[in-house]
Design a protein around this ligand. Sequence first.
Ligand SMILES: Nc1ncnc2c1ncn2[C@@H]1O[C@H](COP(=O)(O)OP(=O)(O)O)[C@@H](O)[C@H]1O
Ligand SMILES: [Mg+2]
Length: 321
Amino acid sequence: MKLLEVEDLSVEYHLPQGKVKALDNVNLTIDKGEVVGVVGESGSGKSTLAHAVIRLVKPPGKIVEGRILFNGKNILELSDEEIRKIRGKEISMIFQDPSSYLNPVYPVGFQVAEVYEAHENTNMRKLNGEVVSLFKKVRITDSEVRVGSYPHELSGGMKQRILIAMAIALKPKLLIADEPTSALDTTIQAEILSLLNELKEEYSLSILFISHDVGVVSEIANRMIVMYAGKVVEEGPAKRIVEEPLHPYTKALVLATKTTRKKKLFSIPGTPPDMLNLPKGCPFHPRCPYAKDSCKEWSYRMIRNHEGGVACAIYENTGSS
Ligand SMILES: Nc1ncnc2c1ncn2[C@@H]1O[C@H](COP(=O)(O)OP(=O)(O)O)[C@@H](O)[C@H]1O
Ligand SMILES: [Mg+2]
C-alpha cells in the first residue's frame, strides 16, 4: 500500500477579486521510504499542497475536491481530534523560515522536549537526555550546551537543524519539507540535504520535498512532480527530469537552475501566470517557445507513460499513452 495517495485534489482561495484555483486536480503518491520532490515557480501551489496534506489550508482557502489517503485513510474525513494526533506524530513538517516556528523566549532544548510532552505525556525533566541525543542525531555540535541556547544565539542552519529535530522526534512516517533550504547559503544547504538523506535511511522516512530549485530537489528525490499554475505538468524519476525534461516549462526550469549555478542568471521568459485570470488552453502557452495556435485551445490532460507523464500538446499522439 502507498503511504500517501493524493487523488484529484483541488484547492481554491476565494478572494474579493475572484477565485484562485491554487490546486487543480492534483495527483501524487508516495511509497514508504520514498522521497518525492515538488518543483515549480513561486505561486504554483506547492505550499498549498503541503498544507492540504496535513489539512492546514485556512480560509480564504478551501479544499473543494479530492481525497488524501494516508495509510489508506482519508485525511479529509478524520475528526479534528484524529488529525491532531497524526500531525507531528505521523506526519511532520519543516518550513523555509525556522525562526518563525521557534519561540524567542524559551531555550531550544525545552521547545524540542515540548514535542514529546504534547504527544506522549512524558515528564519534562526526564527528557533532557533524549533531547541531547536527538541534537546529536541532527549533528548539532556541543549538544549538551546547545539545548540551553535561545534561538537568537543560533545561525539559520542551526535553527533548521532544531526544527528537523522537532520534526523527527516522534519518528513520523512522512516528513513534509517546504523549501527547507531556500533561505540558507549553498554550503549549509548541502549539509541540510545530506542530513535529511541520512535521516531518511535511518528512520525509513518518506519525504515530500518542496523547492523552486530543480537542482536541489534532484539531490534528494527519487521522483518528482513539476507544477505550473496549480496543475501537475510533468511527473517522473527525478534523474530523468533533470537530465531530459519533457515539458517546455520543465526545460526552462532546469535551464534556470543550471545557469544560476554558473552565476549567469537565466530566467524563464515572460511573467508567471495571473492566477485570477489564467489564459485559456495550456496555461504555459504565452511563455512557451514551442507554442502553436492550437495550444490556446488545448485542454489539460496528463499524457501518461510507463514512468509518469507529461501534460503538453507536443506529446499528444506520440503513442506513449
Ligand atoms: N493565504 C492565501 N490567501 C489568498 N491566496 C493565496 C493564499 N495562499 C496562497 N494563495 C494563492 O495560491 C497560489 C499558490 O500559492 P502557494 O501554494 O503559496 O504557492 P507556492 O508555494 O508554490 O509559492 C498563489 O498564486 C496565491 O495566489
Ligand atoms: Mg511556498
